[in-house]
Design a protein around this ligand. Sequence first.
Ligand code: GDP
Length: 317
Amino acid sequence: MKERKGIMIRNDIRNIAIIAHVDHGKTTLVDAMLKQSGVFRANERVEERVMDSNALERERGITILSKNTAVMHNGVKINILDTPGHADFGGEVERVLTMVDGVLLLVDAYEGPMPQTKYVLRKALEQHLKPIVVINKIDRPDQRVDEVIDEVLDLFIELDADEDQLEFPVVLASARNGIAKLSMDEESNSLEPLFKVILENIPAPDVDVNAPLQMLVNTLDYDDYVGRIVVGRVVRGTIHNGENIILMDEAGNRNGKIGRLYTYQGLKRVEVPEVEAGDIVALIGLQDANIGDTIADSENPEALKGIKIDEPTLSMI
Ligand code: GDP
């Protein structure tokens, strides 16, 4: 039986979102991070796309490619949550940001901050997240890295960033070439400096895995075979496959039963028997779950009273 430690800092996990204006290189950066992460095979995305996805889906009972990604680095799983790159309808950016402890703000080294950069940065600052600024495409001959960093700083000031947020780390990157560095005159042949800044600056989840279960339904996905997929972060306790739970909303409580549970690995969802607080889970079985509902321990739903559930930083001791 697995030892239960109760309250702990989960140093084995980081939860981040990459926010950027369209075309500034989000997809390219995530691909490069995947290729350089230990566990997952390079070119996975390409191979999976070539395969007959219908056959794969039938075999596994769920669409395996997800919008979210996880990469492994030095034994730490970095969950990278997708944020909409288009104009946001209905607060999806906020709901994704509620699940993470930090963001990478990706800015093109020539274009500088653009309207969507400002829009998503404002949301992140409002949720008290401290961004890491990644200036991408530094290989461009027309790059103007120093000016762009100044423009980003001006944007933080315009958006009333607090003192802590204003001290954002800056990483220079060429996602296309798979390199990152801290200054232009530095030699680099990998993204290692970026991974290092992420692990050092994004707080690890501070959670109680023994407390009564609490999870917020952050986003919903849909799959032709299994229907509604609930995605959220386990805030407290541990969620188990097949567990009876209470689904709570403003109108009251409903009973529910968790079906299969998945966590992210590379570009896929992989089935797991349980997920402890601090991690992001995708689950099936709750066909009537809605965004904003709370999933609670069926034997102990009262334990949630008085607990604010929409804090981005989740230390609840
Ligand atoms: P997204 O819309 O943010 O996901 O952007 P993509 O990752 O699709 O990249 C948009 C375009 O920028 C593509 O043509 C990429 O090849 C290009 N791109 C991405 N990263 C780099 C980079 O580091 N250097 C250069 N020169 N181009 C890049």
